[in-house]
Design a protein around this ligand. Sequence first.
Ligand SMILES: Nc1nc2c(c(=O)[nH]1)N[C@H]1C(S)=C(S)[C@@H](COP(=O)(O)OP(=O)(O)OC[C@H]3O[C@@H](n4cnc5c(=O)[nH]c(N)nc54)[C@H](O)[C@@H]3O)O[C@H]1N2
Ligand SMILES: Nc1nc2c(c(=O)[nH]1)N[C@H]1C(S)=C(S)[C@@H](COP(=O)(O)OP(=O)(O)OC[C@H]3O[C@@H](n4cnc5c(=O)[nH]c(N)nc54)[C@H](O)[C@@H]3O)O[C@H]1N2
Ligand code: SF4
Ligand SMILES: [Mo]
Length: 701
Amino acid sequence: MTKTLHHRACHLCEAICGLTIETEDRDDGRHILSIKGDAQDSFSRGHICPKAVALQDIQNDPDRVRQPLRKVAGQWQPIAWDEAFELVAERFAAIQAEHGKNAVAVYQGNPSVHNYGLMTHSNYFLGQLKTRNRFSATSVDQLPHHLTSYLMYGHGLLLPIPDIDHTQFMLILGGNPLASNGSIMTVPDVEKRLKALKARGGKLVVVDPRRSETAAMADQHLFVRPGNDAALLLGLLNTLFNEGLTRASALPVNGLDQVKEAIAPFTAEAMSGRCGVPAQEIRQLARDFAAAESAVCYGRMGVSTQAFGSLCHWLIQLINLVTGNLDRAGGALCTSPALDLVATTSGGHFNVWQSRVSGLPEYGGELPVAALAEEMLTPGEGQIRALVTVAGNPVLSTPNGRQLEQALDGLDFMVSVDLYINETTRHADLILPPTAPLEHDHYDTTFNVFAVRNVTRFNEPVLAKPEGALDDWEIFVGLAKSFAARQGTELKPTMPPAQMIDMGLRFGPYGDKSEHKISLATLREAPHGIDLGPLQPNLASRLKTESKAIEAAPELLVADLARFAAEPLPAEGELVLIGRRHVRSNNSWMHNYQRLVKGKPRHQLLMHPQDMAGRGLADGQRVRVQSRVGEIEVEAVASDEMMPGVVSLPHGWGHARPGVQMGIASAQPGASANDLTDDRQLDAVSGNAALNGVPVRVQAA
Ligand SMILES: Nc1nc2c(c(=O)[nH]1)N[C@H]1C(S)=C(S)[C@@H](COP(=O)(O)OP(=O)(O)OC[C@H]3O[C@@H](n4cnc5c(=O)[nH]c(N)nc54)[C@H](O)[C@@H]3O)O[C@H]1N2
Ligand SMILES: Nc1nc2c(c(=O)[nH]1)N[C@H]1C(S)=C(S)[C@@H](COP(=O)(O)OP(=O)(O)OC[C@H]3O[C@@H](n4cnc5c(=O)[nH]c(N)nc54)[C@H](O)[C@@H]3O)O[C@H]1N2
Ligand code: SF4
Ligand SMILES: [Mo]
């Protein structure tokens, strides 16, 4: 009965907390005894949230799929790996031969970026498909961040990160890190860091249509009309210019005069009615921000997944830039990660091709996922007839899920690489399940790049791989080999992910040629991770624009000001829907663990008491919520956290669909917010879905 302590980064969200996992080896194998925060992790300092403890529930869940399954006459039957790979190769090759390459589509979900084997190897197979119909969760999430960075800094991953540990003023729009644990800001233990900011005399201001957990701890909270943050941001930027509150920057910048001219009409007074914030408060906020010793403006989901997502992120960059807070300590800084994706990849491309039906632009080879269903449902050359989903649940996570569901039923063939039979994968013909998280090794290729300190770590598997099981990357190698063999194409040899990471680290900025000598071997000796220091100004040397300067006035974004100006004001008395996250939940896929879902339900609609009274609704009553695309029924809870006129519903629920094999989740199913969100409501610049600010009607059910 040997007990072992393992150290491991949690991969479930962006905070990458260090964990200490105690196991015991018994006759029947290794068992998890406990999962705790790792106090020796210099980055997360022992922080942990309830989801990490549920890693053992993922491991032990009887509903988790453990062998490849094929649907035969509506029944799931086991199938051997080789046979499964052959089936995929045969079906995809046949469909592409008959209908063209684009007839096969790809959707990659959020855990893809938390699982390094998928980062290194999914394209080994997916790239061979040579389809333009590639989609991912990016376009229901952070696409406006990437596009803005691509246009302004020349690389979609050059994302300035808030220097939260050193700033004296943090302005957060549309982010609730106390629930999400931070996003595009890898920041374990964010609450402690925000308290430290306040303790050193700094100020926290939160802009959100709901008094979120983060807003509740702020020095100031401003309600904003959903989808109208651009008005507030324009009012702020205009005030900065107008009142002479800007500071010259040493960074090379093009186009600032053009910005100044373009935003001249958007005064705080003119914008106040749009965003619902009094002009005096907008002006005062601009003054406070500019007067702070250091300050950072940070926006996330709430301002990304809305109709002016790209405009918002551009304005956020500009506010940091013109106040001298871009690329300086206490402001927004780009990381210098050990595995440097900016240095080793091209900047990206945008709008080189468009989606067939609605003409939406590609970004980095992916089309906006809001167009996925219409590409399946609209007949004609290039219609999607087959799909592979990887670590994603688009039926619950993309707008107008009911339409997508219907579209999936019409496909000729669908394969899902996933751990569960859920709302999406139940439509597949084949499910290929990878090993569970603790059964494979881990390096975070993505979130070290967005971290508020430069950190790096590698962890070995905690549990042995069960016999016959394959890691995600091995599934993709299997698929790649079968497909290449069938097509008669030559496949370049590959190596395991760990070996690739080793090369990346050794050739990287802290590698063989540096004093740090970071490699896989050094990281193996440092299971608590290695701290490479605070973020440092580096943007000037990392810019990848042609001009080697920051492009402050990209044409595309300047042009979007006209669309914004022409947008009609929201109708009086109309309700709009926004989203919400809870610390015990993770998008759509962690509702099958009793430990996380116990206690009071968290899937209800929050509504201001005044809005309930106006509709004759009682607290806790079941209501029908309707939008242009659909309707759901759910319990409504009166909450003065809400801005009047705004209702809030978390996404990722709605597990009552037939065929879902997740017993605990289906017992408390909730309803899917994305049965209400509208596939035609987009940020017109990027094609990102506008999941927030959806007009809805609410009445008694
Ligand atoms: N209305 C509304 N909709 C939203 C949002 C919102 O705020 N409001 N948020 C959006 C955002 S930010 C995101 S990122 C998306 C997420 O949307 P998706 O990525 O489509 O969905 P997830 O719920 O993350 O589903 C993850 C799937 O991956 C599987 N999985 C988990 N780990 C692994 C693994 O290691 N390997 C494999 N192969 N599979 C794995 C799970 O079983 C699950 O089926 O949702 C978006 N949708
Ligand atoms: N516990 C938990 N953690 C997670 C996730 C999870 O599902 N659960 N998901 C992970 C993922 S994939 C992501 S992308 C991140 C997201 O990380 P965050 O962006 O921090 O996520 P949210 O909690 O959705 O915060 C969005 C906030 O925007 C507000 N909002 C909505 N509409 C508007 C608007 O129009 N304007 C403004 N100003 N605010 C608005 C909402 O009220 C909400 O408070 O979280 C990650 N972490
Ligand atoms: S905050 Fe995120 S990374 Fe940290 S323990 Fe929770 S789920 Fe894991
Ligand atoms: Mo996300």
